[in-house]
Write a protein that binds this ligand. Structure first.
Ligand code: KG4
Ligand code: ZN
Length: 398
């Protein structure tokens, strides 16, 4: 069957079409179309997503992205016409018997006014096309994003339970355990800021543009490489601190370098996280340092990234041990972080199959919504709600 999926929970307007088949343990997905409109440029001046603007952009972009996806999938109408882009709205001319068999749409968690845009659009399509509307939990979408597309994609057949998913984005930081396939349970989550949010806030403190995660990560990577090179030189032996101070003309009395930032909740017995204390520690450090040199910025980025990633990796490793996890998924925007990927590979060893989404599917996308929609559809076919009963739930839980 062909499934069309819609994602509008935050600042991406995305619509995909996939040919899907199989059952919940052997489903496969062929991407026919995948289009999205990112709003990052629009939100840069605000240093974060501005909900009213995001909603307005979704309204404007949904019909455009739909047209692009229908054209890309080369869908034929009942009369055999190709449903391509035409000036104005196209979807209003389709009637029953078109080639889409179901529509999946994100109904939470996310910004409610943005979720509603996708939901109302999806309801109209489902009504016109007379097909089921499948509401999808965005976080379940992230868990299943590893089955997306491209070379190196993972297949449902290869899943060995228990599966653990570390979901890391600008809005969430969760450890999700799937003991039985497609039966997910949150076993740990952040008690305050999401890790991506902390990256973004620290970036702002360093005057780096939004979204700050990739910027911090870039600075930290360069600094890390320089430290490795330096560590290999004879002068490195016990002289590192003094050398840096001399190079930078820093006053060791005034500045507490090299510094270390806290690793909040590292030793707590649960699988929860906390990133707001770490962010505040950076704020105090910056206040103490005054105007920052580029070198200081790089040191802060490096130490912040080391601290945040250490917390994620440590708790994930503990959960793997406790639940004898066989497969680990790491997904969400922060899953593109190179340091996280490296450290996670080292930590999990060879016994656990570690899977990241392929290019472009770590962050928000509509393919993951289609995948989750299909797997839920075949799992609960009889329980698909009536379209009029689908509602946005901003704080939806897994
Ligand atoms: O999943 P996503 O695209 O959107 C949601 O928040 O749902 O994640 C975006 C988040 C932002 O906070 C961004 O700064 C962060 O992911 N991010 C990163 C990296 N790339 C994106 N954080 C750390 N390192 C990165 N390389
Ligand atoms: Zn997301």
């Amino acid at each position: 069957m062909k499934i069309l999926s819609i994602e509008t929970s935050c600042d991406d307007t995305a619509i995909s079409i996939m040919e899907v088949k199989g059952g919940i343990t052997n489903a496969s997905f062929k991407v026919l179309a995948n289009n999205s409109n990112s709003q990052i440029q629009i939100h840069i001046p605000y240093g974060g997503v501005y909900p009213v603007l995001a909603k307005r952009e979704h309204t404007k972009n949904l019909p455009i992205v739909l047209d692009a996806s229908l054209k890309q999938a080369k869908l034929k109408s009942p009369q055999g016409r190709t449903l391509g882009i035409k000036k104005g709205s196209t979807f209003s001319r389709f009637k029953k018997n078109h080639e889409i068999d179901a529509i999946a749409v994100t109904y939470g968690p996310g910004l409610e006014m943005c979720l509603w845009e996708g939901i109302v659009f999806a309801k109209n399509l489902a009504k016109k096309w007379q097909v089921p509307l499948i509401p999808v939990n965005h976080m379940e979408g992230h868990v299943l994003s590893v089955f997306g597309k491209g070379r190196g994609k993972f297949s449902v057949k290869k899943v060995k339970t228990p599966v653990l998913s570390l979901l890391v984005s600008g809005g969430h930081t969760q450890l999700v355990l799937t003991k039985k396939w497609m039966d997910h349970k949150i076993i740990g989550e952040t008690l305050d800021d999401a890790v991506g949010e902390a990256f973004d806030k620290v970036a702002r403190m360093l005057y780096l543009p939004y979204p700050g995660g990739p910027q911090i990560s870039k600075l930290a990577e360069v600094k890390r490489k320089r430290e490795i090179i330096f560590a290999g030189t004879p002068q490195a032996d016990g002289l590192r601190t003094e050398q840096i101070f001399q190079q930078e003309n820093r006053d060791p009395e005034k500045i507490d370098f090299p510094f270390s930032l806290p690793r909040p909740m590292l030793k707590s017995k649960d699988f929860n996280f906390s990133f707001s204390g770490l962010k505040t520690a950076v704020l105090y450090l910056i206040k103490k340092l005054g105007v920052l040199t580029d070198e200081q910025k790089a040191e802060i980025a490096l130490e912040f990234e080391n601290a945040a990633i250490e917390c994620l990796v440590y708790k994930t490793r503990k959960a793997i041990e406790k639940y004898s996890v066989k497969t680990l998924f790491v997904a969400g925007g922060v899953a593109t972080n190179q340091h996280l990927r490296r450290e996670m590979r080292k930590a999990v060893g060879k016994k656990v199959k570690l899977v990241f989404p392929t290019e472009g599917l770590s962050g928000d996308n509509s393919l993951m919504i289609g995948i989750a929609g299909y797997l839920n559809y075949i799992k609960n076919k009889k329980k698909v709600p009536k379209p009029e009963n689908v509602k946005a739930i901003g704080n939806l839980k897994l």
